[in-house]
Design a binder for this molecule. Structure first.
Ligand SMILES: Cc1ncc(COP(=O)(O)O)c(C=O)c1O
Length: 489
């Protein structure tokens, strides 16, 4: 884990770095120093070691890894040569990212980016935007700073919860700048430094990063993509028991989970599992935060689960990002009125409100939510069929779990080579986050998250690159660049 001092400078200790390195030996056929440099480079590229972080001293690291000082010094020197580190005057080595550049071998002159599982805007969005612009004049006499949400938007979102089986007052809604903003706002409002927070593992990386930034100590609970496939099945019982144990042992201040179509595994929890998790949280006074950004992206599960708060106390996060369009940058929080008031107050440190025009657009789009979900279903179904077909053809040794909904699938590679594969793919122009990016401390080397959505031609090219890169392991020579855009979505 990266620790920050008061001026925001981070450092990573030798023990934490060794945990992140995982099984790094052999990452590069050129020997130990190059392998060590390669793995640190990947950690920098995918954000697990943020740029600016100070690495452990050579002496500390060689002691922890049982390597000679020369080997660690050579690894650090290589990182410097590649532009991924620089020497701090008199005080060690700091990770940096070189200025992004296009890899020479990129097939069509640009990188394919599978770190973003996103869908294009709804086809009727442009027309709705024109209509929303006509609604704007009635707001132009106000100052336009809106930290809570326009009354009609809060009412429309409350109405949606009502339709999904959860009575809601408009005063229980706070409109945010996307779900990520909601996560970060809740994290810094609910958690103090040193508080424990339960989190699913694997999980959405920017969620656990936000919890960490708020000072939380994370308590991971393993999630299996097969849990929830059949209510009461062994995998789900094991998961629920792990939640119960984590609540009992850690008495966490908050728990962050994705009950439906979890990102990245795609698993959903049965009503029985939700009941038990909510009961365990209640016993410890833990605030459960359910991120439902992907909850309505059902492909063929065959039923719409009610929001988690319909079964017990839970704060809900929603987003227009996956159902309508990420470019709207609109999300929301549903909570009791008291917490909504606290959040509105806490928010102003980071931002002063949600744009009016985007909210008016959301108000125009929400009445057609059913049409939007139907379209998303078809798009995700087509993406899933294409991806699974391509993988079956080109990479038949990989296991694609059943994925009845959500935006991604959590592929089992059958070998702990995800980081090496991600680096090899990067040198061919494909950015794909390695499995460990979704874990708290470097697990999931045998996994790769692949999106169910995206341009079919890019997906075809991406699977081609994955197959070629996989075929070349373990000898891949890889000198990629960081993704130009940053962030996993
Ligand atoms: C589970 C989850 N939460 C939050 C977000 C961020 O959503 P938004 O675009 O609304 O900020 C994403 C985006 O991929 C996500 O998958």
């Amino acid at each position: 884990m990266v620790l920050r001092n008061e001026s925001g400078q981070g450092s990573i200790g030798a023990t934490a770095l060794v945990a992140l390195l995982g099984d790094w030996r052999g990452a590069d056929p050129g020997g130990l120093a190059r392998s060590l440099a390669e793995r640190i480079r990947l950690l920098a590229l995918d954000g697990r070691i943020p740029a600016g972080t100070r690495l452990p001293s050579e002496r500390e690291l060689c002691d922890r890894l049982d390597l000679s000082r020369t080997t660690v010094a050579a690894a650090y020197a290589r990182l410097r040569d590649l532009g991924f580190a620089r020497s701090l005057r008199g005080s060690g080595t700091q990770v940096r990212l070189p200025v992004p550049r296009l890899p020479e071998s990129a097939p069509s002159g640009h990188e394919i980016d599978l770190s973003r599982a996103t869908l294009p805007a709804l086809p009727w969005l442009a027309e709705a935007a024109r209509e929303a612009a006509e609604d704007l004049p009635s707001w132009l006499h106000t100052d336009g700073y809106d930290p809570i949400g326009l009354p009609e938007v809060r009412a429309a979102l409350a109405q949606r919860y009502e339709e999904r089986g959860l009575p809601t007052e408009p005063e229980q809604i706070l409109v945010t700048l996307g779900a990520q903003h909601a996560i970060a706002l809740l994290a810094r409002t609910l958690l103090g430094r040193g508080d424990r927070a339960v989190i699913e593992s694997p999980s959405y990386p920017h969620a656990f990063e936000a919890l960490r930034l708020a000072g939380a100590r994370l308590v991971p609970v393993p999630v299996s993509e097969t849990a929830g496939a059949t209510a009461g099945a062994a995998a789900e019982i094991a998961e629920v028991e792990a939640f119960e144990q984590a609540f009992r042992r850690a008495s966490p201040a908050a728990a962050f989970l994705m009950p439906d179509f979890q990102n990245p595994t795609g698993r959903s929890l049965s009503p029985e599992a939700r009941d038990r998790i909510l009961a365990a949280a209640r016993r410890e006074g833990t605030v459960v935060v359910a991120d439902e950004t992907t909850a309505e992206l059902d492909i063929d599960r065959g039923f719409a689960a009610p929001p988690l708060a319909a079964q017990g106390d839970a704060v809900l996060i929603g987003s227009a990002g996956k159902t309508l369009w990420g470019g709207l940058r609109i999300g929301w929080i549903r909570a009791d009125r008291e917490l909504i008031a606290r959040l509105a107050q806490a928010r102003v440190v980071g931002d002063l409100g949600t744009p009016i025009l985007e909210q008016l657009l959301l108000a125009r789009l929400l009445p057609r939510t059913a049409d939007a979900l139907e379209l998303r279903r078809e798009q995700l179904r087509a993406g899933r069929e294409l991806l699974t077909g391509l993988l079956a053809e080109r990479l038949p040794g990989w296991r694609v779990p059943p994925t009845p909904g959500g935006i991604a699938t959590w592929v089992d590679l059958g070998a702990p080579l995800s980081s090496r594969l991600a680096l090899a793919a990067r040198s061919r122009g494909l950015v794909v986050p390695a499995g460990p990016r979704f874990g708290i401390d470097g697990a999931y080397e045998g996994r790769l998250r692949l999106p169910l959505c995206g341009d079919p031609d890019e997906l075809r090219a991406a699977v081609g690159i994955l197959a070629d890169s996989w075929g070349d392991l373990p000898g891949a020579e890889s000198l990629g660049s960081p993704g130009a855009r940053g962030g996993i979505i």
